[in-house]
Design a protein around this ligand. Structure first.
Ligand code: COA
Ligand code: AMP
Length: 633
């Protein structure tokens, strides 16, 4: 079948408003919009201004009303906990309504924020949808973040309530969430009125009198009473959620997602980009704490009437590298979305995919990879192993949906390994030099998107329009800065090569090296430091901290190293995977004092590098290479 991509992309380009108005017909609105796009609203315009709607209504109620009530909406599959549970659309609606009633009883109203700090349990999905139902704004915080990160998010979002759990399950260990929650609330300036805590049987926790409530006690009685909370109409432009993501400093950015544009963009993506039809099973093996989890575990599959899977496990070790095949076969998954690192882990553990034998993969059609660059070797291995197309697509938390890909539903295009495909409708992607001029085709530059951004992309940062403008809009006027460096080739394919800021991708998780530097610099023995991302065969990148110690402390390097690793784990979280510290005498800098991080990274990765013209003292780079070659203490 010839791809309709070029025709569809052109139709968007000719008339973006007509294109998105057409896509918006797939959504049930309470009242229609006044304008499809208002260029004068917000930082660069708003989509579907004046319309009222409800995301939970579109994800659940309308499907139940249309006869999908008995279809499975959500499958919880936990190889770590040894549990499985399914919820039909009707059952999911009942769970969500009961929780929505409890949140209202706790005083949560339209516009109030609710932080959700939970492991991968169905109640995390219920909580997101319950907030959407009552017009509250959820902010999910990934469970692998430590108390201080959670505290920063509490302070910024100022939640009225927090929904959490007693513990999370990681292979071989139980992660006690409650002490982290208590510590975060102790650290934060803003205190939530109440916490609703799910007691998991693997480890229960104490509740703080007057503040904490037992999830099952309250929701169970609301459920038994059959309490139904109607979907509260919100403006299309009202926030559905705030999701914090790493910025260039330790202070995270609160990416705002609105209700209307988000639904339109995600619903459009399910068939056109992912090639999935209502009623089919879609699996995003991510975490609800990340944007992929928001968009493709929860909202998009449910908006589309699919069955979605919530997987509490890892690609390897729970129990083995065959678990993805087991889940696909058992639940009839047609499309899987995960990070390349998951496939690198599977391949390392089972290079010939022997564990695939015996699984019925006949319904499985497509594998989607995102979150980090998909290396062609891994893509080809997955293609050979699974015998299905493997689609690398490029994303950001900010966009909430793919910026570029090979659109399966529109018809696939010729594959170019190493490229996450072509820009999707909504995205006029260009590559500019540092002065803002277009670079020649095939040349590396700053990847930018011509404004306005499409429906579903962030309209601003939570309570911080100024930071939004400064971080994304000011450097290249008229464009959104993606902070990725890349190439557009003669056929319009994109190649995303690296970040232009100090964000790194560790196992598909986005982390700020600036944030880690802030922690390392707090150690009294550290005079100066630089954290960079270095190549890692499994995780893509891992952080590496170069530290200059104060004179006397140098003798204790072994102890300091352990303390630094513990500090980053304690302040940012285990997910940072900060495990490598390299002591150096001094850091390489330009004459104006800027640390030459990019050159250090090239040296660490054994890539070719040129001596920066502005370097203060070239000998220091030799010292860096030597220090990297020394065995760690
Ligand atoms: N709660 C508490 N701790 C968590 C956590 C959570 N929700 N998620 C991860 N962690 C901890 C892990 O236990 C680990 O701790 P450790 O240092 O004590 O071992 C640390 O954070 C790093 O976790 P992770 O990144 O998962 O690495 P891993 O070494 O445990 O596993 C992979 C490696 C490749 C299997 C794993 O990274 C993976 O599945 N990646 C897929 C990535 C993905 O889904 N990305 C989402 C974007 S699509
Ligand atoms: P996140 O906000 O966590 O989704 O991380 C977004 C960043 O991850 C992007 O800016 C890229 O640097 C990187 N990224 C995501 N998907 C891809 C991809 N398919 N290819 C290359 N880089 C990617």
């Amino acid at each position: 079948m010839a791809s309709r991509y070029h025709e569809v992309y052109q139709s968007w380009k000719q008339d973006p408003e007509a294109f998105w108005a057409d896509a918006a017909r797939e959504i049930d609105w309470f009242t229609p919009w006044e304008k499809v796009f208002d260029p004068d609203a917000g930082a660069y315009g708003h989509w579907f201004t004046g319309a009222t709607c409800n995301t939970c209504f579109n994800a659940l109620d309308r499907h139940v009303a249309a006869g999908r009530g008995e279809q499975t909406a959500l499958i919880y599959d936990s190889p770590i906990g040894g549990k499985q549970k399914s919820f039909t659309y009707s059952a999911l609606k009942d769970e969500v309504s009961a929780l929505a009633a409890v949140l209202q009883d706790l005083g949560v109203e339209k516009g109030d924020r609710v932080i959700i700090y939970m492991p991968m349990v169905p109640e995390a999905v219920f909580a997101m949808l319950a907030c959407a139902r009552i017009g509250a704004v959820h902010s999910v915080v990934f469970g692998g973040f430590a108390a201080r990160e959670l505290a920063a998010r509490i302070d910024d979002a100022a939640p009225k309530a927090i929904v959490s759990a007693s513990c999370g399950l990681e292979p071989g260990r139980i992660v006690s969430y409650k002490p982290l929650l208590d510590e975060a609330i102790r650290l934060s300036k803003v205190k939530p009125q109440s916490c609703l805590v799910l007691q998991r049987e693997e480890q229960t926790c104490d509740l703080v009198e007057g503040r904490d409530h037992d999830y099952e006690a309250l929701v169970g009685s609301a459920r038994a009473a059959g309490r139904d909370v109607p979907c509260v109409p919100v403006l299309a432009t009202d926030p559905l959620y705030v999701l914090y993501t790493s910025g260039t400093t330790g202070r995270p950015k609160g990416v705002v997602r609105d209700n209307g544009g988000h639904m339109v963009r995600l619903k459009w993506s399910m068939f056109n980009e992912y090639g999935v039809k209502p009623g089919e099973t879609f699996w995003a093996a991510s975490d609800v704490g990340w944007v992929v989890g928001h968009s493709y575990i929860v909202y998009a599959p449910l908006l589309h009437g699919c069955t979605t899977i919530l997987f509490e496990g890892k690609p390897v070790g729970t129990p083995d590298a065959g678990v993805f095949w087991r889940v696909i076969a058992e639940h009839g998954v047609v499309a899987l979305f995960t990070a390349p690192t998951a496939f690198r882990a599977i391949r390392t553990a089972d290079p010939d995919a022997e564990l695939l034998a015996g699984y019925d993969m006949s319904r499985f059609r497509t594998l989607f990879l995102a979150g980090e660059r998909a290396d062609p070797d891994t893509v080809k291995w997955a293609e050979r192993t699974l015998g299905v197309p493997v689609i690398d697509h490029w994303w950001q938390t900010e966009t909430g949906a793919p910026i570029s890909q090979d659109p399966v539903g529109l018809g696939m295009l010729p594959v170019k390994y190493g490229s996450p495909g072509l820009p999707m409708p909504g995205y006029d992607v260009q590559v500019l030099d540092d002065a803002g001029h277009p670079v020649e085709t095939g040349k590396l530059g700053n990847v930018v998107v011509k404004l306005p951004l499409p429906p579903g992309a962030l309209p601003t940062l939570w309570n911080d329009d100024e930071r939004f403008r400064e971080a994304y809009l000011s450097e290249f006027p008229g464009y959104y800065k993606t902070a990725d460096a890349g190439i557009l080739d003669e056929d319009g394919y994109l190649f995303i090569m690296a970040r232009t800021d100090d964000i790194i991708n560790v196992a598909g998780h986005r982390l700020s090296t600036g944030g880690m530097e802030e922690v390392v610099a707090e150690h009294p023995a550290v005079a100066e430091c630089a954290v960079i991302g270095i190549a890692d065969a499994l995780k893509g990148q891992v952080p590496c901290g170069f530290v200059v110690l104060h004179g006397k402390a140098q003798a204790d390097m072994g102890a300091v190293e352990k303390e630094l690793i513990a500090m980053v784990r304690d302040r940012i979280g285990p997910v940072a995977a900060f495990k490598k510290v390299v002591p150096v005498k001094r850091l390489p800098k330009t004459r104006s004092g800027k640390i030459l991080r990019a050159t250090m990274q090239k040296i660490a990765d054994h890539e070719e590098w040129v001596m920066p013209a502005t370097i203060d003292d070239p000998v220091i780079l030799e010292e860096i290479a030597e220090a990297l070659n020394k065995p760690s203490s």
